[in-house]
Ligand binder design. Structure first.
Ligand code: UTP
Length: 276
């Protein structure tokens, strides 16, 4: 039977060191682009893709994320019946459309480890992953909705990719593969943060994934890789060796809001769109 994707995992336990001191006492995922925190953009994208169960991997100092998607009685009582109520309309509607569950990653041992920590929330079914600090915007369907459409056809793990300059490949997981449809590759190799010389291409993985649940057993066996962290790239390489991974050149634009440059670009782009 074809499984559909109903759950979206948000690994959100990272320290966000590139954004210190802002992220010293506040989760990176709560940084606002205009008036909306990054994690809310991610949740909206997941909902748009048909996922109604949000599974969030948090860590110490991340409680603001839980509070954001909960009722704030005092505040809501205060603004009840005033025109300010409108400001909370979107987040209230999100809260009514989906469920949120949380688990904590106790030690930040890498993205792969954070995803494995989420197993208890996801269970034995295919699921989506959004890294909320990668903000994706698209004129038509959201990036995750595009990937869910592709999953329906192929039933394999899928990573979203974009072309980057060769001088930038050492910031990403990088893939190589055979193009089976325009912009869709059957991955045969992937490597985390390669040097320019080691990189098999300039096709870089960004923060959107669909993963089949066998990834959990693979992650359990995955040893720490680059930077001593358990890397999702290493686990995906195992799946790729069984032709289990596709890479998808998504339609849209992605901003790396974990970096100051990307964050400012996203803010400017969304502000200009608002003023159009
Ligand atoms: P990043 O490396 O971009 O996030 O991890 P970071 O560690 O928070 O940021 P910097 O590099 O120190 O500035 C990618 C994603 O994986 C999550 C992060 O929260 C981010 O969404 N992550 C990473 C975890 O949840 N746990 C980890 O142990 C590592």
């Amino acid at each position: 039977m074809k499984k559909i994707i109903t759950k979206c995992l948000f690994p959100a336990a990272g320290y966000g060191t590139r954004f210190l001191p802002a992220t010293k006492a506040m989760p990176k995922e709560m940084l606002p682009v205009l008036n909306k925190p990054l994690i809310q953009y991610g949740v909206e994208e997941a909902l748009d893709a048909g996922c109604h169960c949000m599974a969030i991997v948090t860590g110490r100092g991340k409680r603001a994320i839980e509070d954001h998607f909960d009722i704030s009685y005092e505040l809501e009582h205060q603004i009840q019946g005033t025109d300010k109520e409108a400001y909370l309309k979107d987040v209230r509607s999100i809260m009514e459309s989906c469920t949120f569950s949380y688990t904590r990653q106790k030690e930040m041992l890498g993205l792969g480890h954070a995803i494995l920590t989420g197993e208890t929330l996801v269970g034995n079914e295919p699921f989506a992953v959004i890294l909320a600090d990668d903000l994706c915007v698209s004129e038509q369907d959201g990036v995750l909705a595009q990937m869910v459409g592709l999953y329906k056809k192929y039933q394999k793990s899928i990573v979203a990719i974009q072309e980057v300059a060769m001088s930038e490949v050492d910031k990403y997981g990088v893939i190589s593969g055979r193009e089976i449809e325009e912009g869709i590759y059957e991955v045969d190799f992937m490597v985390e943060k390669p040097s320019m010389n080691e990189a098999p291409s300039n096709l870089a993985v960004i923060g959107r994934y669909i993963l089949t649940p066998d990834i959990f057993d693979i992650l359990r066996e995955t040893k720490p890789g680059k930077k001593g962290e358990i890397q999702i790239t290493d686990a995906l390489l195992k799946q790729a060796q069984n032709k289990g991974v596709l890479a998808y050149k998504f339609k849209g634009k992605r901003y790396d809001c974990g970096s100051i440059d990307g964050f400012i670009q996203a803010t400017n782009a969304l502000y200009n769109k608002l003023k159009d």
